[in-house]
Write a protein that binds this ligand. Structure first.
Ligand SMILES: NC(=O)c1ccc[n+]([C@@H]2O[C@H](COP(=O)([O-])OP(=O)(O)OC[C@H]3O[C@@H](n4cnc5c(N)ncnc54)[C@H](O)[C@@H]3O)[C@@H](O)[C@H]2O)c1
Length: 447
C-alpha cells in the first residue's frame, strides 16, 4: 500500500519504518527540514534499538522516503497517518494545534479518496474535529472527495518501540465505515498473522482507550510509590510486600515496582489531559489528579533522601549520578526524575558528575543545559572519584552488577542512593555500603 506519515518523530518514524519493512511504500513528512535532511542521509534523530538498521535497509530498498512537502506523500497515498505531537497545553489539556493544522493541510491538498488515521494521542472528540476541518477545506475548494477518519492509538514503549510495533499486544481501530475497517485490517494483517490482535470499536472509544491505558499504568506506579513511602514509615519492606501482592493473579507483578516516579513524553501529559477532559464535562477526576500529585512528590524522593543524610546545605558535596534518561533503552529525558534531582541538589550547592549510556547529549544540549555544576563523563567509573555518594536513577542493564570494589576505592564515602524502578538483591550493606532504596529504611554507618 502507499502510505504517508505526517510527523516523523518517535511514533511517526517507527510507524513509517515498520510499515515499509512489511513491503509498503511509505513517505514520512515533517516540517523540521533539518530532521528530514538528516534522515535522507540515514542519520536517525533518536536512539531506539533496531531502528537505524531498519531505516537504512528500507531507504536502500526504495520503500521509505522522507520529505518536508505533504503533497509529495499525498499524491499516491491511500492512507495517511497523523503522528504529530500533542503536548500539554498551558491549562493541562492536550494541545491539538499540530493535529488540526495537519487536518487543514490534508483538506487543502488531498486529490484522491483517503483514510485519515489519528495515531497521535488525542482526546475524545478529536476525530470529529479532524473530520470537520477537512470537510470545511474541501467545501472551500468546491470539491467532494471521499474520506474517513480512523482512530488508531499507538501503544509502543520507548526503548522497545520497534519490537512493540512489530509484535503488538493489540491494535485498536476506531472507525465508522466498513471500508475503513477493511483497509486498516489489511494493512495490519502482517503484524497479526499468528493470532488476531485487532480490536475494533467506534472512534471515541478508541481515543479514550489510549488515555485509559496510560492512566491505569500511571495509577499502578503512583499507588506503589505511595505504598513504598508508607512501608518506609512503618519499617516494612516494600519489596517483600510487592512480591506478596504480585502473586495474586488479579494484581500481577508488572508495574508495581516503586521508584522515583514516572516520566517520559506520555504518562505525565496523558494523565493531565484525561483529568482535563473530565473537568471540561464538569466531573472532578479526584483519583487521576492524585496520581499526578503523588508522582510530582515522588520525583523528589532521592533528592530528599540525600538531604536527610547530608543536610540542607550541600556546598562542597559531590555526587556521582548514574542514569539521566527517564527509562533505559532511550535517550529521552522528558520529565525524567534526574532533571528534578539534579536541579534540587545543585540548588543546594552540590556538584554532580553524571553518566548515562545514551542521554548525555540530550542533557547537555537541552534538559540540564543551564546547570553549571554538572560534569559529564564517558565512563561510569570516572564519575566516582571522591564522590560523597552515588545516585542511581535509570535501570540501565550495565548498572546492575558494577564492580563494587572499584566503586569503594574511588568514592570518598561508600554511600548509594538507589531510585531505580527495580530492586537490587546484591545485599550492598553486607558489602560495606550505606544503601538507600525507595520504601526501605537504611541504617547509616559512620564514615
Ligand atoms: N513517544 C512515545 O512513546 C509515544 C507512544 C505512544 C503515543 N505517542 C503519541 O504520539 C504522538 C507523537 O509523539 P512523538 O513522541 O512521536 O512526538 P515527537 O515530538 O517526537 O514528534 C512529532 C513530530 O511532528 C512534527 N510536526 C509537527 N507539526 C507538523 C506538521 N504540521 N507537519 C509535519 N510534521 C509536523 C514535529 O516536527 C516532530 O518531528 C503524540 O500524540 C504522543 O502522545 C507517543
Amino acid at each position: 500500500m502507499n502510505l504517508t506519515i505526517v510527523g516523523t518523530g518517535y511514533v511517526g518514524l517507527v510507524t513509517g519504518t515498520c510499515f515499509s519493512e512489511m513491503g509498503n511504500n511509505v513517505t514520512c513528512i515533517d516540517i523540521d527540514k533539518n530532521k528530514i535532511e538528516n534522515l535522507k542521509k540515514g542519520n536517525i534523530p533518536i536512539f531506539e534499538p533496531g531502528l537505524e538498521r531498519m531505516v537504512l535497509k528500507n531507504i536502500e530498498n526504495n520503500c521509505l522516503h522522507f520529505s518536508t512537502k505533504l503533497e509529495e506523500g499525498l499524491s499516491k497515498a491511500e492512507i495517511v497517518f497523523i503522528a504529530v505531537g500533542t503536548p500539554m497545553g498551558e491549562d493541562g489539556s492536550a494541545d491539538l494545534q499540530y493535529v488540526l493544522e495537519v487536518a487543514k493541510q490534508l483538506g487543502k491538498e488531498m486529490q484522491n479518496p483517503l483514510i485519515v488515521v489519528d495515531k497521535s494521542t488525542v482526546p475524545v472528540g478529536t476525530g470529529d474535529r479532524v473530520k470537520a476541518v477537512i470537510e470545511e477545506e474541501l467545501i472551500k475548494r468546491g470539491v467532494n472527495i471521499e474520506f474517513s477518519v480512523v482512530s488508531n492509538p499507538e501503544f509502543l514503549k520507548e526503548g522497545a518501540a520497534v519490537q512493540d510495533f512489530m509484535k503488538p499486544d493489540r491494535i485498536v481501530l476506531g472507525a465508522d465505515s466498513d471500508n475503513a475497517f477493511e483497509k486498516m485490517k489489511d494493512l495490519y494483517s502482517p503484524f497479526t498473522h499468528n493470532h488476531d490482535r485487532i480490536i475494533t470499536m467506534d472512534v471515541r472509544s478508541a481515543e479514550m482507550t489510549k488515555y485509559v491505558a496510560n492512566a491505569m499504568l500511571a495509577t499502578k506506579i503512583s499507588f506503589m510509590n505511595e505504598i513504598a513511602n508508607i512501608c518506609e514509615l512503618v519499617d516494612a519492606d516494600v519489596n517483600q510486600v510487592r512480591i506478596g501482592i504480585g502473586s495474586d493473579s488479579r494484581i500481577g507483578y508488572s508495574f508495581i515496582y516503586p521508584g522515583s516516579g514516572y516520566g517520559g513524553s506520555c504518562f505525565p501529559k496523558d494523565v493531565k489531559a484525561l483529568q482535563k477532559t473530565a473537568e471540561e464535562r464538569g466531573y472532578d477526576a479526584d483519583l487521576i489528579a492524585s496520581v499526578e500529585q503523588v508522582n510530582n512528590r515522588q520525583k523528589m524522593v532521592i533528592a530528599n533522601k540525600v538531604i536527610d543524610r547530608f543536610g540542607d546545605d550541600l556546598t562542597g558535596k559531590s555526587f556521582a549520578l548514574w542514569g539521566l534518561a527517564f527509562k533505559p533503552g532511550t535517550d529521552d529525558m522528558r520529565e525524567a526524575p534526574a532533571i528534578y534531582t539534579v536541579n534540587e541538589l545543585v540548588r543546594r550547592g552540590a556538584e554532580i558528575k553524571a553518566y548515562d549510556p545514551k542521554a548525555m547529549g540530550e542533557s547537555k544540549s537541552y534538559y540540564l543545559k543551564d546547570v553549571k555544576k554538572i560534569t559529564y563523563y564517558k565512563s561510569k567509573y570516572e564519575t566516582l572519584l571522591n564522590a560523597d555518594a552515588m545516585l542511581l536513577l535509570t535501570e540501565w542493564k550495565e548498572f546492575r552488577s558494577p564492580d563494587f570494589e572499584e566503586l569503594k576505592s574511588q568514592m570518598k564515602t561508600p554511600i548509594i542512593f538507589d531510585g531505580r524502578n527495580q530492586y537490587s538483591n546484591l545485599k550492598l550493606e553486607s558489602k560495606g555500603f550505606e544503601y538507600y532504596q525507595i520504601g526501605k529504611k537504611s541504617k547509616s554507618i559512620n564514615v
